[in-house]
Design a protein around this ligand. Structure first.
Ligand code: PLP
Length: 451
């Protein structure tokens, strides 16, 4: 069949908008139309587009040395980045394995944790617990521990059947409890599942501090992660926190987990670490993990060809330096608060169910009925519908489905560059308001037609 699908994308028949240039918080398409990028690509471009320092540094690195085989040799750029990362991570977390993205980082973390138990003479600890309605990447182990039901569906026969608990969601409590006296059942669920599955087989528990793509940024109850940390300690289970979206200032703290003063055993990160100027992921290990390797075999059996390549690491180094200089963590907290406040007015639309998040990771959930929180029928594809209108109006948001129960429900995520200004934040709120006005008109027209 003669066709035009040279690049394989989710929709092989669609004509995608082609972005050719970026300036600050704006993307420019092949027709010259400007869009405010309220998705930072997909939570990636923390410093915005067109930052000249990257071009100069990456040229210098490519001219000097683009690549070393990280398994066999060292390189000063990679060492410098690891040092810099350790200034961002919590106390006691100073050893990093670099890779090329979030899924690779999750896979790497699972394999390293498995080996940690082998080093300790506990080979039966090889299973991981994840959470429903969470996302840890699209490779098979990452999908196995992840709980994005719609994205797992096609691959189910290929996945490892690890246990899952529910993720916290106070707007739609999985236990139908009110936050004031819920006893944080969603956290205690971890203990029940560990006991039922057999603690002796469990290696780790994986969670996003605030669920991104699979949940639309529901913020967990205050005590949630303290309880999780305590359960992991008591059952000797490694706590892996997936900061792929929430890391590097996205939620108004360096890492999302810092909101709850909890120190994990492993941090998995990617996206904002290089602000999108080169592919980069990271697995940061607590000393208590590294010490076990050091006092046993001293050997970590894991690598990728492009793991810790100097070019990507140079992008990471420039990004972290600029993020420190430009105080993006503070700006994220400030602009996030401004945006949340502005978005409160959206609650007057009858189809806005919830608005939540921290820093510049904000979710807006849509419902057919505000009182009952009933989601729209899946076939309405409301998140895609809102996304289409937003694009027409020059606003890029990140749409997601399965928000209510993993299958139905709709949300959009707002996660603009962390350097967004006060005026641009207002513009974002204005364009989203216009988008929802337009959606309201189209929804009414659809209902009037009896569809
Ligand atoms: N973990 C989380 C929380 C993510 O949001 C993502 C991607 O969106 C991943 C892991 C996978 O990262 P990547 O797409 O870079 O493989």
């Amino acid at each position: 069949m003669v066709h035009e699908a040279r690049v394989v994308k989710p929709d092989l028949k669609a004509k995608y908008i082609s972005f050719e240039k970026g300036e600050g918080c704006f993307l420019i398409d092949s027709q010259g139309k400007r869009y405010l990028d309220a998705a930072s690509g997909v939570g990636v471009v923390a410093l915005g587009y067109g930052v000249a320092a990257f071009g100069a540094a990456l040229k210098e690195q490519a001219d000097a040395l683009p690549y070393v085989h990280g398994m066999r040799f060292a390189n000063s750029t990679v060492e410098k980045l690891a040092e810099r990362v350790s200034h961002w991570t919590p106390e006691g977390m100073q050893s990093t394995f670099f890779c090329c993205g979030g899924s690779e980082a999750v896979e790497s973390a699972l394999k390293i944790v498995r080996q940690y138990y082998l080093e300790r003479g506990l080979p039966e600890r090889h299973r991981f617990i994840g959470r429903w309605q969470s996302f840890h990447g699209n490779t098979l182990a990452a999908q196995s521990v992840g709980g994005h039901i719609l994205r797992r569906k096609a691959q189910l026969p290929l996945l490892t059947m690890w246990p899952h608990i529910v993720a916290p969601n106070c707007y739609r409590c999985p236990f139908s409890l009110a936050p004031e006296h819920c006893g944080i059942e969603c956290a205690h669920e971890l203990e029940r599942v560990i006991r039922m599955e057999g603690a002796e087989s469990i290696a780790g528990f994986v969670a996003e501090p605030i669920v991104g793509a699979a949940g639309g940024a529901p913020v967990p109850p205050d005590d949630y992660f303290g309880i999780i940390r305590d359960i992991c300690n008591r059952y000797d289970v490694v706590f892996i926190v997936d900061e792929v979206i929430t890391g590097w200032g996205r939620t108004g703290k360096r890492f999302g987990i810092e909101h709850w003063d909890v120190i994990p055993d492993v941090i998995v990160a990617a996206k904002g670490i290089s602000s999108g100027y080169a592919p980069l992921g990271a697995v940061v290990l607590h000393d208590r993990i590294v010490d076990v390797f050091l006092s046993n075999s001293g050997h970590v059996e894991h690598n990728f060809t492009f793991a810790g390549n100097p070019l990507s690491c140079r992008a990471g180094l420039v990004a972290l330096e600029l993020m420190e200089q430009q105080a993006v963590v503070e700006n994220s907290a400030l602009r996030g608060a401004q945006l949340l406040k502005r978005l409160e007015t959206l609650r007057s639309f009858p189809f806005v169910g919830d608005i939540r998040g921290k820093g510049l990771l904000i979710g807006v959930e849509f419902v057919e009925d505000q009182a009952t929180k009933k989601p729209f029928p899946a076939e309405f594809q409301v998140n895609q519908w809102v996304n289409r209108i937003a694009l027409e109006l020059g606003l890029v948001v990140y749409p997601g489905g399965g928000t209510a129960d993993g299958v139905t429900g709709d949300h959009i995520l707002l996660m603009p560059p962390l350097v967004i200004s006060a005026d641009e934040t207002d513009l974002l709120a204005d364009r989203l308001t216009t988008t929802l006005q337009q959606f309201e008109t189209e929804l009414r027209a659809r209902k009037d037609k009896g569809i």
